[in-house]
Write a new protein. Structure first.
Length: 523
């Protein structure tokens, strides 16, 4: 037991103070993280802490025989962690807060144990990042791409099998029915765990680095191919078994099966790589290594422990000061003043230029989920009965988990595929004035829509999630404001030949509605 007490030189009081401050500081953040783990796509995160503990336990002998040499260089990740904390706290991004806690803990290890011991446990520390769910906007972007790739490859496999299958977006037409490849079938819930598994296998595989890299990289195409086979198999069995082939037990079992099959493929890959010189052991730890550890256990225990330098008072002061000040500032200073809307959206005009509108409402469950302060949604029609759906959501202040939901995230979540997307410039008048907005061409089954959206934020017009987070952080810090809004326009179309007409319709509506918005939205 003595050999496992790596942090023995640190006083119990010091550990208690640091752990208590970290617990209070990051408890709200980790509560959110644990709630995300309950989603099907992130249940693999539950096992990551146990793997990390095992990896640390495996290094206990090597840690004990290495003398601790505290280093002020640990302040680099430690202070960087606080920068990420405020970026996440003020910008409303939880992944920044997750990463902040990791950087601070890594910095503490470096400060008190030194670089030599940090090198010993570098892999468990890096591997711990796998427990942090990736940001939603990034998750949805990857999910959309994987759905399209898996759908395309699945159709190719079905056609090779001899089936009559055609794809439009993420919808597969089998003639007798249509299959929609939704988010749950994108393969992302298998891709991330498979990459994590590949990294773990590569770590235990005692081989040259190029072989380890091949194992990790191969998990990406392996996940996509196996998921595509799953989609193709579902299509083939649908003809005989009906809807039961695409849902219920078969859907869950097939997901479990492709993951286990992928694991066996990785083991086979390691075996094949081991046939290429130089040949090495594929066991996690060789028996000779274990024998050496056993023989040298007493030798490690006899090493003189001269760790008096661990009691540097200056390090304690810096660590406790940073943690305490951050906790006090985060709890006592309000960085987000509530900025009310100029006038209620209930007064938004139903007649604008040539447009006449009918006010719509949103179900309460969606209002609760979106967390806005006020909203308006109106279906406008022009003289030719061409429709534009107009939606604005306003936020008096944006908090973590209560910030603007970008349509780029919401569209895929609602089953819409982003066929085309990107920013465009729309001229406003004859004085070279223009506005930059996002343009998205979306499709769900046979339904096609063209959408423009942008984010008026405290006098700025922003177009992407990175800008939203960066300016929310900066304005909270310098102006104590995080208020903002989303403006989204949608018009339907049925043929590609109608797309130019849709573009002109939305651009004209933008020119007509822009002068009205400042009478409601604060600048």
């Amino acid at each position: 037991m003595k050999s496992f007490l790596v942090l023995k030189p640190i006083s119990g009081l010091r550990i208690l103070i640091c752990c208590s401050l970290l617990f209070i500081l990051f408890l709200p953040t980790y509560k959110v993280m644990f709630s995300v783990w309950q989603r099907d796509d992130f249940t693999y995160c539950y096992i990551i802490p146990f793997i990390v503990l095992y990896l640390l336990f495996e290094k206990r002998e090597e840690l004990y025989k290495t003398i601790s040499t505290p280093s002020w260089l640990g302040l680099l990740p430690f202070i960087t962690g606080f920068l990420f904390y405020w970026l996440g706290e003020l910008g409303g991004e939880f992944f920044s807060l997750y990463f902040s806690s990791w950087l601070i803990i890594t910095g503490l290890f470096w400060l008190y144990m030194g670089w030599k011991k940090l090198k010993i446990i570098w892999f468990p520390l890096v591997f711990a990042i796998a427990m942090f769910p990736i940001p939603n906007f990034l998750y949805n972007k990857i999910s959309v791409s994987l759905r399209l790739i898996s759908s395309w490859l699945g159709v190719e496999i079905m056609q090779f099998y001899g089936m009559s299958a055609y794809r439009e977006g993420n919808v597969i037409d089998l003639g007798f029915t249509q299959l929609q490849v939704v988010n749950a079938c994108s393969g992302l819930r298998y891709l991330i765990p498979l990459i994590v598994l590949g990294v773990l296998l590569a770590y235990f595989y005692k081989a040259p680095y190029w072989k380890k890299i091949i194992i990790v990289i191969s998990t990406v195409p392996l996940s996509i191919i196996t998921n595509s086979f799953r989609i193709a198999l579902t299509g083939c069995l649908y003809e005989y078994w009906g809807a039961v082939a695409a849902e219920g037990f078969f859907h869950g079992f097939s997901g479990w099966f492709i993951f286990m099959f992928s694991f066996l493929v990785l083991i086979l890959e390691i075996w094949l790589l081991n046939l290429i010189p130089p040949k090495v052991s594929v066991l996690p730890v060789s028996s000779s290594r274990m024998d050496t550890k056993t023989k040298n256990r007493k030798l490690y225990q006899d090493i003189p422990r001269n760790d008096k330098s661990f009691y540097w008072k200056h390090q304690d002061v810096v660590v406790i000061l940073f943690l305490t000040l951050t906790l006090i500032l985060s709890q006592s200073i309000e960085f987000r003043e509530r900025i009310p809307i100029k006038q209620s959206f209930d007064k938004f005009p139903l007649s604008i230029a040539k447009w006449t509108g009918m006010r719509q409402t949103i179900e309460q469950k969606f209002i609760d989920a979106l967390d806005f302060s006020d909203y308006v949604i109106i279906d406008y029609q022009d003289h030719n009965n061409k429709m534009v759906n107009f939606y604005v959501a306003y936020y008096e202040n944006q908090l973590k988990g209560e910030s603007i939901h970008s349509p780029a995230t919401c569209f895929p979540g609602g089953g819409w595929d982003l066929i085309q997307s990107g920013p465009i410039e729309i001229p406003l008048d004859g004085k070279n004035h223009s506005i930059r907005v996002n343009r998205a061409l979306i499709q769900k089954g046979e339904d096609k829509q063209l959408s423009y959206f942008w984010f008026p934020q405290r006098g700025r017009i922003l177009t992407n999630a990175y800008q939203l987070k960066a300016f929310a952080f900066w304005d909270a810090l310098t102006r104590h404001r995080t208020d903002g809004s989303l403006v989204r326009l949608i018009t339907p179309f049925y043929r590609l030949e109608d797309l130019d007409d849709c573009e002109e319709r939305l651009q004209q509506f933008v020119r007509d509605v822009i002068p009205v918005l400042p009478t409601f939205l604060p600048e």
